[in-house]
Design a protein around this ligand. Sequence first.
Ligand code: SF4
Length: 285
Amino acid sequence: MLLSRPLTHTDHDRDIAGMTYVYPVVSRRAGGVSVGINLNPNNACNWRCIYCQVPGLERGGPPPIDLALLEAELRAMLTDIVRGDFMSRQLPEDMRRLNDIALSGNGEPTSAVEFPAVVELIGRLMAESGLPAQVKLVLITNGSLAGKAYVQAGLRRMAQLNGEVWFKFDRATAAGMKQVNDTEADPERHYQRLKTVAGLCATWVQTCMFALDAVPPAEVEVTAYLDLLARSRAEAVPLSGVLLYGLARPSMQAEAPQLSHLPPEWLDNLAARIKELGLNVKVSV
Ligand code: SF4
């Protein structure tokens, strides 16, 4: 399998491998490569986060997943990485490490009813490829469908595979979720979903913070968010910690011109307040 160009950490084109579901991404921060699995090749999501980097994002879910095609693509990619010359051919020397396989696509991965079958398939191919044990399986999700039995079945299987969930919780008020995620989701119900997910599989809360029209998130939003994390501690929700992001890549949504980076001190201050709650926090700007 030959990519259309060498991989770089700034290249997040999910069509780079010419595959429908599988794409490699280099992460400078993680110092290696991630194999992404995009279950939403139609760019459809049930949320519409205003910082979303998916071009042409639409509301909706994915078309039926062609599991045979996904298996063929993932096997080809993993074989090339583990036994072929993918690393030396496509990557600079200091990046030649496979970090994870990430269910992270152009929409919400758990919208696919095939989600548990996909997790099963990935687990089988990870074992078959003889990947090192430190290669993780990661699900990057907005968590909105975590109440569904098929999603929970997939999460249980992920836990058996030593997997990890990154659960989106950007704002903890209804107004904040409406503004940032363009969803009517209720924060209390979303918190209950977080508890469910964390009870099934190792879970990090993933949060994106940015300025809107040059104004940082209001203190009322920050307080609601910290209260939610404090409650998770009081209720012994087994969170691995918080992944706190600034604007990593440009938004592809209509609001893009209104979004801007927060000063690093702002994020550091929030990280310190999260740490005071006794939670791990990783900041990435
Ligand atoms: S949940 Fe993810 S894919 Fe969906 S709109 Fe938000 S950032 Fe984009």
